[in-house]
Design a protein around this ligand. Structure first.
Ligand code: EZ4
Ligand code: CO
Length: 403
């Protein structure tokens, strides 16, 4: 079954998404997510200018061979841009394979290991009052697990806080990145009080998560983890910058608070040491940024051997196609842990018609063939791309810091 076309659609229904559409001679069409927040056009060009010519005429059924051809064949391995491009091809080919078989992708991955996928939502607030309202909203909707973030007193902007009651929190910056001021001392003083407050208000019957977003030093993270132990967190996410795997040895030796990292990983080599030395509890690699279904399930299989569970990134900068693909993997793998879930901004529904469903704190990918997402290219054309950047952090003295 030959591939006859592979085209990239860049669209912004609420926020920017890059989508790869692969067509076959039989008329079966597959879609893949190629969105890399803030670097969208680099992936689009990789796909259009470099990968498309390699796809035309290839057998769409040969997923593993195509993955290896694109990965090993480029010589320049890894990197977020290349791995996101390969991921989009891979997702589209699994979508096609499912449609040919008439089966949802999770059936091709071995079938369901569970009835639904436990998800966590994002509660946030400028004040504890607002945060409490946000937590209550998630509890009322049936969520069993909630990420809690609140504004750090003394800082103008804090990562992860929604402005007003809107569900999204990521700043939509203009033509240049917004610059925020960061102070780890203020944060470290505040974070244990934040979690203790939520436990006092809501008790221990809900799983709590918190994201430190890569900003601490190993010893700071060690102290925070130790201080959070009484509150029995589901996890502390991204305590330190993710590329330093060895840093987790120090954190791990000081705290039994479960650790999660990986939303910026693009390869199994980014977490080999973390997994084989059992330095983390959850690996957060995503299907879009870590080479697609073919590579992500390899990461998860390695994790399974070492008792590390999955906790895939699921922020709204990953498209509904990515969330669908994640849900198929989550439903199938034995070592599933939890899935991050932020509903997409409403215009996205006009472009991506999804088959996944939320019920009582769990998501299910649906039972349609393939990934179960229909991509409407006519609707996509109504939402033109607008370049945007993620923010940049500086310390009080002006030094650039991790965001
Ligand atoms: O900041 O996906 O856990 N979720 C996160 C996200 C990331 C964004 C970056 O594009 O950390 O909100
Ligand atoms: Co995160």
């Amino acid at each position: 079954m030959k591939i006859t076309d592979a085209r990239v659609v860049v669209t912004a229904p609420g926020r920017n998404f890059v989508t790869l559409v692969i067509e076959t001679e039989d008329g079966v069409v597959g879609v893949g997510d190629a969105t890399l927040n803030g670097r969208e056009l680099a992936v689009a060009s990789t796909l259009t200018d470099h990968i498309r010519p390699l796809l035309i005429g290839r057998d769409a059924r040969r997923i593993e061979d195509t993955w290896n051809y694109l990965y090993k064949g480029s010589y320049w391995r890894r990197g977020a841009i290349a791995m996101t491009a390969i991921a989009a091809v891979d997702m589209a080919l699994w979508d096609i394979k499912g449609k040919i078989a008439g089966l949802p992708v999770y059936e091709l991955l071995g079938g369901a290991s569970r009835d639904g996928v436990l998800v966590y939502g994002h509660a946030s607030g400028h004040t504890f009052d607002v945060l409490d309202g946000s937590v209550q909203k998630y509890l009322d909707t049936g969520y069993k697990a909630i990420r809690v973030q609140a504004s750090v007193p003394g800082l103008d902007h804090t990562y992860g806080i929604a402005a007003g009651s809107a569900a999204t929190y990521e700043p939509a910056s203009g033509s240049l990145p917004e610059e925020d001021v960061w102070d780890s001392a203020l944060y470290l003083d505040f974070a244990p009080r934040l979690v203790s407050h939520v436990r006092e208000q809501f008790g221990y019957g809900v799983h709590l998560l918190h994201d430190a977003h890569h900003r601490l030093t190993p010893i700071e993270a060690a102290r925070l983890g130790a201080q959070l132990e009484p509150y029995r967190m589901w996890w502390l996410e991204d305590p330190t910058p993710a590329e330093d795997q060895g840093a987790f040895r120090l954190i791990r030796s000081h705290t039994a608070t479960p650790l999660a990292v990986g939303e910026i990983f693009n390869s199994i080599w980014d977490c080999q040491q973390l997994i084989t030395e059992r330095l983390i509890d959850y690996v957060r690699a995503s299907v879009t940024h870590a080479g697609g279904i073919t590579h992500l399930r390899r990461i998860f299989a390695l994790a399974e051997l070492y008792g590390v569970r999955t906790g895939s990134h699921g922020a709204t900068d990953l498209s509904p196609i990515s969330l669908a693909a994640a849900l198929h993997i989550d439903l199938a793998v034995p070592n599933f842990g939890i899935q991050e879930y932020m509903p997409h901004p409403s215009p996205a529904e006009e472009v991506f018609r999804t088959g996944y469903r939320f019920h009582d704190g769990y998501l299910h990918p649906g039972d349609g063939p393939g990934l179960g997402v229909e991509f409407d290219e006519v609707a996509a054309a109504r939402f033109p791309y607008v370049p945007r950047y993620l923010p940049v952090n500086r310390l009080v003295d002006g030094t650039v810091h991790d965001w």
